[in-house]
Design a protein around this ligand. Structure first.
Ligand code: 4AD
Ligand code: MG
Length: 476
């Protein structure tokens, strides 16, 4: 390469040498000072233009958004917040940018505005930081599992089954839309379709990961998952990435231990490896908090919040205990909802989850949920009312992880499927594992974007994935 990245330049500090950098102009002040970004770091590099060796037509084209190449002497800088700068001996325009048309101006844009400019928003400080942290978390996750003897398993994206049994799937079909074949009953005849049956985009790689765990011992998936749930919230995407470890011979306690250790370690990794970006986002969040009324402001900075979670144990509470706590809590009239739950067996709303996290002041692991509100594959407890399920609730996020010990007994699983209206013929291969060498096993799913939300302190899940897919939005 004929140039050096700004990140490398700022870390090596080769004062007194000549260097070439390439990047995009963030700002151009007084016709002399260029703030250059190449995305390798949150930091911009100041390049000082020399009028004498910069032709007028080049000078004219140094505009915000233009891509340029700067060669010059690396000198120490007098400017606040920067160690060095480049005294340019040569500036070349690599790609012009018409300042009248370029949507990103050197000012603060709203998140809503930037969502409409998803093709350019990675060039902003905020999205640059988010994307670098996203990368680091992804790397930390693979490293975590690799170092502990897990094998990464690639599970299918197109599947013939509904892993969660929740019916929130995107149909995959290659049928001729103008000439859809119908059965005698007037239903779509998928036997004429590409795969000879009805297929969908996967909602979870869990069932296939279980097959992997019952062969390789410890596996994990890290892939895209799709849900056609029409939830227009700040926590839901139609396309999101999920990490799903699955471990043979692990019970629910082992599963909770793994999930907690895993979350704390990857958050610690981000703190250790993304300090500049976290500091920037911490400051950003602080500014945002200042716009809120005093009572609603968060007492902890982003960095403190991450350190707290990385350094402290999570609180484990059974569903039954949680319901007891909610029952004894005072209803919150001001917010027009009640924390009160009167009935054992109902699913918790996100407001209840938030209340519990606040109540304990730390991440909470809820376990042993009523069987009727959880998926068919979860291990039934001896009370025959609850299952060995767990959800991890995070401050400001709510549910970040969902997992369970799996029902390993063939007869019980078959009965559960029947109760849930799942055709055993559809999942014959899954049932087979319970017939041939079954064993206790457990796993969980972490919503990757919810983790990125937590670590970046962003408030909307659409702002932590490069190209969000939500109801009515798949433009880019
Ligand atoms: O709780 P869920 O539905 O669990 C499963 O899919 C299990 N098969 C996981 C397992 O045991 N292997 O989803 C797991 C996590 C949630 O806790 C949440 O973090 C995330 O996936 N998630 C979503 N994230 C963004 N947008 C959505 N629509 C999400 N739905 C679930
Ligand atoms: Mg869940």
């Amino acid at each position: 390469m004929d140039h050096i990245s700004i990140k490398e330049l700022l870390s090596k500090k080769p004062i007194g040498t000549t260097a070439t950098v390439k990047g995009w102009v963030r700002n151009f002040r007084s016709n002399r000072f260029i703030a250059l970004s190449d995305g390798s770091t949150i930091k911009t590099l100041q390049a000082v233009v020399n009028f004498e060796n910069t032709p007028e037509e080049v000078l004219k084209k140094i505009t915000v958004g233009a891509c340029i190449k700067v060669t010059g002497d690396v000198v120490s800088s007098q400017g606040a917040g920067q160690d060095l700068e480049i005294q340019a001996t040569g500036v070349a325009i690599l790609g012009e940018s018409n300042p009248e048309e370029y949507p990103l101006q050197p000012k603060k844009h709203s998140m809503e505005f930037l969502r409409e400019k998803a093709h350019l928003r990675p060039r902003t400080n905020t999205f640059g930081a988010v994307l670098r942290i996203r990368h680091s978390l992804s790397f930390a996750i693979h490293q975590y599992f690799h170092e502990r003897g897990f094998y990464n398993m690639h599970t299918p994206i197109i599947t013939g089954s509904d892993a969660e049994g929740a019916g929130e799937m995107f149909n995959v079909s290659a049928l001729d839309k103008k000439n859809i074949p119908l059965t005698e009953d007037g239903e779509v005849d998928f036997s004429e379709d590409f795969f000879g049956k009805e297929t969908n985009l996967t909602v979870s790689g869990q069932l296939e990961a279980e097959l992997g765990a019952l062969a390789l011992g410890k596996v994990y998936t890290f892939g895209p998952t799709f849900r056609a749930e029409n939830s227009n919230t700040t926590r839901h995407l139609a396309e999101f990435w999920m990490i799903e470890p699955e471990v043979a011979f692990a019970d629910l306690d082992d599963n909770m231990d793994l999930a907690e250790d895993f979350l704390r370690k990857v958050i610690k990794f981000a703190l250790d490896n993304c300090a500049d970006d976290i500091e920037f986002l911490s400051k950003r969040l602080e500014d945002e908090e200042k716009t809120k009324p005093q009572a609603e402001r968060s007492e902890m900075s982003l960095k403190d919040r991450l350190e707290f979670v990385a350094d402290n144990n999570f609180r484990r509470v059974s569903y039954t205990e949680a319901v007891e706590i909610l029952r004894n809590s005072k209803p919150n009239k001001k917010k027009k909802f009640q924390y009160l739950i009167n009935e054992w067996g109902v699913d918790l709303q996100s407001e209840h989850e938030k209340f519990l996290v606040k109540h304990f002041g730390c991440p909470v692991i809820l376990y042993d949920y009523p069987a009727t509100i959880k998926a068919f594959y979860m291990r039934l407890n001896d009370d025959e009312k609850t299952v060995r399920a767990m959800d991890i609730l995070f401050p400001g996020i709510g549910e970040i992880v969902g997992g369970s010990q799996r029902e390993e007994r063939h007869d019980v699983l078959l009965q559960k499927m029947e109760e849930f209206g799942i055709d055993p013929k559809e999942l014959w291969w899954y049932l087979d594992t319970r017939k041939f060498g079954t064993c206790v096993h457990s796993g969980f799913g972490l919503g990757f974007e919810r983790l990125v939300l937590f670590v970046t302190g962003m408030t909307n899940i659409r702002d932590v994935i490069p190209f969000p897919r939500t109801p009515g939005n798949a433009d880019f």
